[in-house]
Structures are given as structure tokens and as C-alpha cells.
Design a protein around this ligand. Sequence first.
Ligand code: NAD
Length: 502
Amino acid sequence: MTSATKPPPARRFDHDRLLIGGKWVEATGGRTYDVPNPATEEIVGRAPDASREDMQRAIAAARKAFEDGAWRRSTPRDRARVLHAIADALEARKEEMRAILIAEAGACWVSHDTQVEWPIRHFRTYADLAIQFPFEQMLPAPPIQSPMGTWLNTSMVHSAPVGVCGLIPTWNFPLFVLAQKLGPALATGNTMVVKPSPYGPLINLWVAKLIDEVADLPPGVINWVTGQGAEISEELVSNPSIDKVSFTGSIVVGRRILAAAADRLRRVHLELGGKSAHILLDGDNLDMAAPSLAAPTFFHSGQGCAMGTRVLVPRALADKAVEKMVGFVGNRDIVKIGDPADPSVLMGPVVREERRRAIEAYIESGIKEGATLATGGKRPAGVEKGYFLEPTIFADVDNRLKIAQEEIFGPVVTVTAYDDLDQAIRIANDSDYGLAAMITGTDQVKAVEVARQLRTGNVWINAGGNIGNAPFGGFKLSGIGREGGVWGMHEFTEVQHIVWRS
Ligand code: NAD
């Protein structure tokens, strides 16, 4: 290739320092690690690779900031001002944010409402909640009578900050998830250490810098520690100075966090995985339904916790539904696969080669266990760089198969036929997970009746999606607790009853 035809070098988003106690410091030994763009495999930045000692320093700084009390005692207005300042700065630097999310998370433009706009809305919601949340509520208190006389009690419920929080957001929708933790943790007066996923340090450190520039927080209120090793996470979830952990990730790690919390009865909030059913009620508009039923095979390459990856269809419609879904995802004019930097691309890569291999192993197991591979299952032909996979649909899937029971976290959907709605509900609920479910159909009353019988934290009917002030979280192994709106505020507060005699 001549220099005239060489593509320009990838834009870099390097960070060499962690934020601990209000100071930007190198990780022990100045260690950093490289972060690839999953679409091109080019290095797009480096991030500090922290040690256990770095994490201990960050936790100590957060503890000091909490005990010093400046933030804990700040007024709701002060907190709202900080949260609005963060939202304003994100809004002003949206294009920079977009560029990092494309390069680091492989975020196609079609996902940018969730990736780029929602984090800003979340910070504004928590700014409003900082003011509206009932931090102090008076309770009616009847007069007390005793042989000594009669007196009045005054009774108040005070919502106090939990204390020092360990926040562990994830990489797939990194800012969306971060804002759902950081927003309420700040709005309720906590101090914290943020430990991003090893796959997503660059966008986190970019936000850390932005907040440091605009928010005017006391030192140590938010500390940011990035790194590849498990020991920094283990320290964060087991250090006696940590009062609460808010984690988004897998069940395996969720269990470890719960176990580590046991000795100090640490507060734990877990947003874990999902294996959500998408129930098609009728065939009134299969052409409209097909893209939505097939969406997890292309939208963010199926890397979402609440995607309808188990499609349940009436038996009489099963063949037709699969045909329409396969037809839609096979149309490369619409489902264009490529570098998310191109706004016309609908499907990008998965985040890492190790993730691609794990997804391929699931595809292999589906074939071996007898499911029909209706489309996909391979790496796209002619694509040499990037961790791409084809949209993949399995038909005739028994719900007990591994591909229908385990979370694949890749562009794979299973289709299972049902005979009547009771059976559809049984199949939908036959899962260890309980994060979300989707229902598509013309009869909204029936859809809501079905929704009530599903054992999931969220049900989205006819592509109704998540909204900012609503609770989000799971039943069963999908987690403990809820984030979003006032539910997120409750997660970061302790209830204190104060009563006095007047
Ligand atoms: P993961 O559980 O493998 O890793 C998550 C984080 O845990 C990383 O930051 C890692 O460093 C840290 N970690 C590793 N060992 C630890 C330990 N012993 N103690 C504490 N932390 C430790 O998850 P992942 O692969 O990054 O994310 C994918 C998972 O996240 C999927 O299961 C997905 O469904 C889930 N997810 C859930 C939601 C939700 O809101 N429910 C949203 C997005 C992703």
C-alpha cells in the first residue's frame, strides 16, 4: 500500500493516570495497558493498570471524604448543581463521547440513543431527584400517655447516605450503566470508588476528567481506578471500608461479591444477566414483527442483558416467523455489518476475540444438540479484521437446550414454538433468569395479562422500551435490587428513624 492510500492512524484516547483523593496519579510502577478497537483491532488508547495498593489508596480516600463530611452534608441544591454540570458538560462534548463509544465499545449509531443520550438524561433525572427525593419525612405520631403524664412525640424518617460505595459498571452500554450508579450515589451524598470493566476504561476516564473539570467536588468524593487484574475488584468488594457495592455483570461474579459481602453484611446491589423471552401473540403483522423479534442478532451484536433472545411463537406461525426473521437479517442493505464509525452500519463487532470464541462455542453446542441453524453461525466472509459474527438464528429449539438456558451475550436468537398461551408463559418462566420479557401482539389487554404472569423485573410490550424514571432490575438470578428513578435513590440510602419528645 502506498502512503497515499494508507488509512489515517486510529484516533487515540490515552490516559496515564488514575484519580485518587482529588489527584491524578500513575498506577503503581506507571503500568498501563492497551485497549483495542473491536472493529479494527487497532489500539485506540491506553489506560492505567492499577494494583491492589492503588485500590486501597482510592478506598481510603473515599472513606476520608465521607468522614470529612463536606459532601455528605451538602444540600440537595448543591448536589443537583453538580449533576446538572455533569449533564451540561456531556451535552457540550457529545461528539467526543460518541467517538470514544464507537472506538472502544463498538457502538453503532443505531444504539446512540441509549449510549449517548440516555446517560445525559439520567444525570438530569438524578439532579431533579436530588431536590425532589424525600430525604426527611415526618411521620404522624400519636400522643403517648403514661402514669407520668401525656406527651407528644415528633417522628421523622431520615434517608442517610449509605457511605463509601464501590461502583462496578459494565462495558456494553458503559455510560448508561455508569450514570445509573454514579447519578443516585452522588444525589444521595455518598462517596465512591468507580472500577470500570477492563474492556471499557477509556470512556470512564474521559468522564472522570470531565467531572473533575466541571463538578467542583471535594477531593475523594469520586475516585477512579482502572486495571485488568481481578485483584483490584476483589479488594473493592472485600475491603472493610466499603459500605456498599453496586455491580453490573455476570452471575458468577455477582455470587463472589455476595460471598465477599457476608462478613460485614455489606449492602449489595446486583444487576446481572438475562435470557429474556420475546412472546409473539399473533401473526397479524409478521413483517413488522420480524425485525423486532430478530433484533438481538444485530443490535449491539446481542451484547445486552435485557434482549429478547428466546423468541416464542405460536406453532402455526413458527415456519413463517423464522422465514421472515431470516429474510430480514439476511438483507445486507439493511443489516449492514462493519465498522460502527460508519453511521449506515447496523451491526458491529463483539467486544473481544475471547468473547467471539465463547459465542462460537455456544453456536457449536446448539448444532450438536440438534437445533436447526436457520441462518448465520459464522464469521462474515471476507472480513479479516475485527471480532465480527453473522446474525444467527436457531429454529426448532427445545427450551431446555443450553443455547436457550444460558446467556450467550452475542448475536444469537433461538425460536421455540408454543401451542397455547399458558405453555408460552411456562416456557418463558422456565429460566434461572428473570430480567426482562417482551411481548408483541395487537391485543394489548391480553399482552398486559400475559405480562403479569411473567417472572421478570421488566416487560416491554410492542417495543415499549425502558424509561428513565422507571425501576430496572431482575427477579431470580438476574439480580438483587433496582436502579432507575427513586428506586435508584433508595439503593444508595439507609433509613434512619429519629423521634423526639416535645
Ligand atoms: P463479568 O461479571 O465477567 O465482569 C464484570 C466485572 O467484574 C469486571 O469489571 C471484572 O473486573 C469484575 N470482577 C472480576 N472478578 C471479580 C471479583 N472476584 N469480585 C468483584 N468483581 C470482579 O461481566 P462482563 O462480562 O463484564 O459483563 C457481561 C455481563 O453483564 C452479562 O452477564 C450481562 O448480562 C451483564 N449485564 C447486566 C446488565 C444489567 O443491567 N442487568 C447490563 C449490562 C450487562
